[in-house]
Design a protein around this ligand. Structure first.
Ligand SMILES: [Mg+2]
Length: 357
């Protein structure tokens, strides 16, 4: 059963979770040892990055990066048009790139930069992402999950569209579908950590088949491996994070970062603040791992579990975004999608909701 107020709080939790994990993780260095030494242990609040950080040097505590910027750009497109299309996704990414002066920004990922260059040269957006195998499709996809509460299949279909212009290699699609399916499941009132991970693995398998056949490790099997490493509770949190870093990889690759995010989610037991702390300690592409893990966790737990001072910092440091207004817009579309959704007995998760109009 779902109450409308429940859904709105969970959509807002997903958006703030995305920003929280992104901003928390951007203060990390590239390796766990460097991060631990510089910050004297766990990063336990929103913190400025080291001034010499190769990508994030100069950002303020609480400032979001490309992960949240692109997710918000995608959300705006969805709200304005009521849907996601390949052309709309392409326009949102190009507009974001221009707005942040992407030609001179250190944090545009390799697949996105290549795709935007091709899109600006007039190439077909169905062809510009064929080799995009990094984590950029997944890092921005949470709004797609938020508009399909309790409907991972619907989220998977829209995630495939959303990553087409930039990340359409099989592993890129698999990563995006895993995250979108997990967020969609997390928004269901009866979701558990196990059902969220099951949805992610299913999404990864569908995405791997639907994307452009390309080289890369199995995203679904690496999610399973990351969850296994994260569940070794006889080891400390730091030891489990080191295992994720060494064996799964906190890198730009979709087949690394997305499985790591699920490992972090499990170590944090699905709590967005702990997911942020652990993603930052993991290091590597910590802001992306954190954005993904915390978007899922925030959707699952709702905005109420994120302390008010963190929400205030996120709002104050990122005044260009109105998270409440964006959540309201996504919520309207989520309700509409839910009502239009086919009630299929074979649906992965069954009918979890009763809407109260
Ligand atoms: Mg980033």
């Amino acid at each position: 059963m779902i109450l409308e107020s429940h859904l709105l709080s969970h959509i807002l939790g997903g958006l703030y979770g995305q920003a929280l994990g992104d901003a928390w993780g951007m203060a990390a260095y590239l390796t766990p040892e460097q991060t631990w030494a510089y910050h004297n242990g766990w990063i336990d609040t929103l913190t400025a990055p080291p001034p010499d950080h190769p990508v994030h040097g100069g950002l303020q505590a609480g400032q979001v990066t490309d992960d949240t910027e692109q997710a918000m750009a995608l959300a705006q497109t969805i709200i304005q048009t009521g849907q996601i299309t390949v052309e709309g996704a392409a326009q949102a990414i190009v507009a974001w790139y221009e707005a942040i002066d992407g030609d001179h920004s250190p944090y545009v990922g390799p697949s996105t930069r290549a795709a935007v260059t091709a899109l600006k040269a007039g190439q077909d957006p169905h062809l510009t992402g064929l080799r995009g195998d990094t984590n950029g499709g997944a890092m921005r996809v949470s709004p797609i999950g938020l508009i399909h509460p309790g409907d991972p299949e619907g989220a998977i279909e829209d995630a495939i569209i959303a990553c087409t212009p930039t990340h359409f290699a099989s592993v890129g699609v698999a990563g995006a579908c895993a995250v979108a399916a997990a967020v969609a499941e997390a928004a269901a009132s009866e979701a558990t950590l196990e059902s969220i991970i099951t949805a992610a693995i299913h999404g990864a398998d569908v995405g791997m088949r639907r994307g452009n056949r390309w080289l890369g490790a199995s995203v679904s099997r690496k999610i399973e491996a990351a969850v296994q490493l994260a569940s070794e509770t006889h080891l400390s949190e730091r030891e489990r994070l080191q295992n994720l870093y060494d064996l799964i990889g906190s890198t730009l690759a979709a087949a690394d970062a997305i499985p790591c995010a699920f490992g972090v989610l499990v170590i944090a037991d699905g709590h967005p603040v702990y997911a942020a702390i652990y993603a930052a300690a993991l290091s590597g592409d910590a802001d992306t791992v954190g954005a993904i893990a915390c978007a899922i966790a925030g959707t699952w737990q709702g905005v109420e579990v994120i302390p008010a001072d963190h929400l205030e910092t996120i709002r104050r440091v990122n005044p260009q975004y109105n998270f409440e207004q964006t959540a309201d817009g996504l919520y309207e579309i989520a309700l509409r999608n839910y009502q239009a959704r086919p009630s299929d007995e074979d649906n992965l998760l069954g009918d979890l909701f009763t809407l109260e109009d």
